[in-house]
Design a protein. Structure first.
Length: 375
């Protein structure tokens, strides 16, 4: 009897030990996956990606109607074009890319990065570890907002000659797909809708390059008034992010020059800016990081496709200031958590540092708007 009890006790301990080890392994795997999926994607070269897409589009048109025979030829040419895509930007042949091609491809590639980065699109995940990765989810949302604004500007301004002109049919299809709810996991999923938007942008890009017969030429107007209207939207986005980032600091949600009594009275009436709780500080910070990442690439594309007007208006330096501010905002984070120090205290305040860079970009955007608005 005693031996039987001892055997049963040993079996139960073995089961518990096995279950414990399995749980530990699962937790370790989830932690590793969470660290990998939660990492921010790096920057990409807008000219390299546009050149790569141009070569892929060329191969698709050349081999789309051919089958059999030399089946390895397309693969060899694709490999060759991929190698060319890794050349330095100054060595790439961009003569065949019309104005607007780089800008549009940059928008499409931003969407592709959102969908295909490590872990894929995280915001609509309903299972671990994705459901716990709120930082990268906020990063995705910040980038998505900038992508939506830039796509709207392309549809409503850059691709239209004047207010009475017809809108581009492919852009009319692409833009609404990016406005689909960003956290849908049911059918249709967010990824599926955004992919349709990417494909519509690619069709517009193809019509920028190749047209004739039944294929209508796509238009892109790199005019000062078009850039001015987009800059107006950027100013509001950056201003909103800067305000939310500073709302967590001491006195950040009060107007300037208020006494303690006036601050108490403002608290009773309600302040115009709601103070951010410490649980939301990292959410706003990562949303601003995502917005800065997307806007950085969009500004680089604008610098390329609007080069003539920027040089003519002597505004290239202003765009460079915005680009530099966005690059500074994406400086690697050294702390494992978002620090929230106060004033000149011992610890840094990441939100205020980010707000400083975004405010600098916003000030340059105000200058750019004024320059583009002049005759």
């Amino acid at each position: 009897m005693a031996a039987s009890d001892t055997l049963d006790e040993g079996k139960s301990k073995g089961i518990l030990w096995g279950f414990g080890m399995l749980t530990l392994v699962v937790l370790i795997v989830l932690l590793i996956l969470g660290a990998w999926w939660g990492s921010e994607p790096g920057q990409f070269n807008i000219l390299e990606e546009a050149h790569k897409r141009s070569e892929e589009s060329k191969l698709e048109s050349e081999h789309g109607g051919h089958g059999g025979g030399h089946g390895s030829a397309p693969a060899e040419e694709a490999h060759k074009s991929a190698e060319e895509g890794h050349k330095p930007a100054e060595e790439l042949d961009i003569s065949e890319m019309p104005i607007g091609y780089v800008y549009t491809n940059t928008l499409a590639h931003i969407a592709e990065v959102l969908l295909h980065k490590s872990g894929g699109y995280i915001t609509n995940d309903v299972a671990p570890p994705g459901v716990f990765l709120d930082n990268i989810s906020n990063w995705e949302y910040g980038a998505l907002v900038m992508l939506r604004d830039a796509t709207t500007a392309l549809r409503n301004h850059f691709a239209r000659d004047q207010s009475q002109s017809a809108e581009d049919p492919d852009l009319a299809i692409a833009e609404p797909y990016f406005y689909y709810e960003h956290n849908s996991w049911a059918l249709p999923s967010t990824e599926a809708e955004y992919q349709k938007g990417i494909e519509a942008l690619h069709k517009y890009m193809t019509r920028l390059q190749k047209y004739g017969g039944p294929v209508k030429k796509a238009q892109f107007y790199s005019r000062a008034d078009n850039l001015w209207q987009y800059t107006e939207v950027v100013i509001k986005r950056l201003g909103g992010l800067s305000t939310r980032l500073t709302a967590n600091s001491a006195g950040g949600n009060y107007g300037p020059g208020l006494s303690d009594i006036e601050k108490l009275a403002a608290d009773e009436k309600g302040t115009p800016i709601t103070k951010v709780s410490w649980l939301e500080i990292d959410d706003i910070f990562y949303e601003a990081r995502g917005a800065s990442w997307a806007l950085l690439h969009i500004l680089r594309a604008i610098k390329h496709d609007f080069a003539d007007i920027l040089l003519d208006k002597r505004a290239m330096r202003t765009v460079d200031i915005m680009i530099k501010a966005m690059e500074n905002a994406l400086t690697p984070i050294l702390s494992p958590m978002i620090l929230d120090g106060s004033g000149y205290g011992l610890f840094a305040n990441y939100s205020l540092t980010m707000a400083n860079y975004i405010s600098r970009a916003n000030a340059a955007a105000l200058d750019l708007r004024d320059i583009m608005n002049r005759g």
